[in-house]
Structures are given as structure tokens and as C-alpha cells.
Write a protein that binds this ligand. Structure first.
Ligand code: ZN
Length: 198
């Protein structure tokens, strides 16, 4: 067991795309175990290999609720094979200590990956679950994309980053996501109407 150092926003490794894993070696197995230890130690829900200085397509997640048993999951060479719906998600990241902001996500995804034994599995993350958001967040890390790139409000995110003593947004990395934003706004209108009817 080892606790790894987590790269902070501003470290170039977080913007570097990761390589496929060709062999699930003892090194990769130890890396995954150490990543889980590091994630649990820091009360995180997920952690991707580039965050601990290793540009491999590997991430770990445990999205179990506090009153549920631990459910560590390892994703090797993951691919999101289906994404649908839209969701507003309030997220943070272990590479951005104490900073949180609203981002755009899909509400449902299906991911295919290998586990530590090299077995391929397909997982359907149900609409709006923490697991669904975590899969998208961690998968992005493997392509050098960060949660703040999905920000719904550039102004609010910049304020939050400044408050937490972090670097400002990197405008070149901001994602357009107009369709996703429109869908989220539609959902919010429906939710507000529902509230009024009570
Ligand atoms: Zn993250």
C-alpha cells in the first residue's frame, strides 16, 4: 500500500493524453491498488492515472454511498460506447483542492473496459448517478480534459478557482457543448414548473 502524490491543476501532466495499456503487468496492478488507497485516503470518488503522474489509460472509482460497503472499481483502457441525456453536475476533483463548480454532463453512459485480470466488462451507469458522472470525469482525465472545461459559467468557475488559490480557467480548453447546455436548461425549466405547482 502506498499513498501517491496527486498532481495539482497547473501541472502539465493533467493536459497530456494517456497511452493504452498493452499488458496488465505487476506495475499496473500495483499502480491501480495504490491509486485506490490514495483515493480512499483523500475521500475521493475517483482518481485517474495521470493525476498521480502516470499517463496510462487507467482510472479507479468507488461511488458507493457512505452507508454501503466499499465498491472499488478499476477501469483499464476504458471507452464510453454510449452517452445520452443531459445533466447539471456540481463537481470537484482531487487535483483542485476544495474547488467545486457546475459542469455539463450526459445523464447516462455505457462504458466498456478491462478489469485488473484483463477481463472485458460493460457497465451501464444509470441516469444521474454519481457513478455516471464519475465515469465521465475520470475518462476525460485520460484525454487531458478537466472538469472545469465543461463549466456552465466561466465567471463562476473563475471566481471559485481564485477563491481556492488555483490558476484561472484555460480558455483554449473550454468546451462548447451548446446542445448539452440547451438540454440542461430545458430540464431546469421543467423542474421550476414542477416546483411552482406544489
Ligand atoms: Zn478529477
Amino acid at each position: 500500500m502506498a499513498i501517491l502524490k496527486v498532481a495539482k491543476y497547473g501541472d502539465k501532466i493533467l493536459r497530456t493524453p494517456s497511452k493504452e495499456i498493452h499488458k496488465i503487468s505487476a506495475k499496473i496492478q500495483k499502480l491501480a491498488e495504490d491509486m485506490l488507497d490514495t483515493m480512499y485516503k483523500q475521500d475521493g470518488v475517483g482518481l485517474a492515472a495521470p493525476q498521480v503522474g502516470e499517463n496510462y489509460r487507467l482510472f479507479v472509482i468507488d461511488a458507493a454511498a457512505a452507508d454501503e460497503p466499499l465498491n472499488p472499481m478499476v477501469f483499464i483502457n476504458p471507452k464510453i460506447i454510449k452517452k445520452s441525456g443531459a445533466a447539471n453536475s456540481f463537481e470537484g476533483c482531487l487535483s483542485f483542492p476544495d474547488a467545486y463548480t457546475n459542469v455539463r454532463r450526459y445523464s447516462e453512459v455505457i462504458v466498456r473496459a478491462k478489469d485488473l485480470k484483463g477481463r472485458i466488462f460493460t457497465l451501464e451507469a444509470k441516469a444521474g448517478t454519481l457513478l455516471c458522472r464519475a465515469i465521465q470525469h475520470e475518462n476525460d482525465h485520460l484525454d487531458g480534459i478537466l472538469f472545469i472545461d465543461h463549466s456552465r459559467s466561466r465567471f463562476t468557475t473563475d471566481e471559485e478557482l481564485a477563491t481556492k488559490g488555483l490558476n484561472p480557467l484555460e480558455p483554449d480548453y473550454l468546451l462548447e457543448e451548446e446542445e448539452l447546455e440547451k438540454e440542461i436548461q430545458k430540464l431546469e425549466t421543467v423542474q421550476m414548473e414542477e416546483v411552482k405547482e406544489i
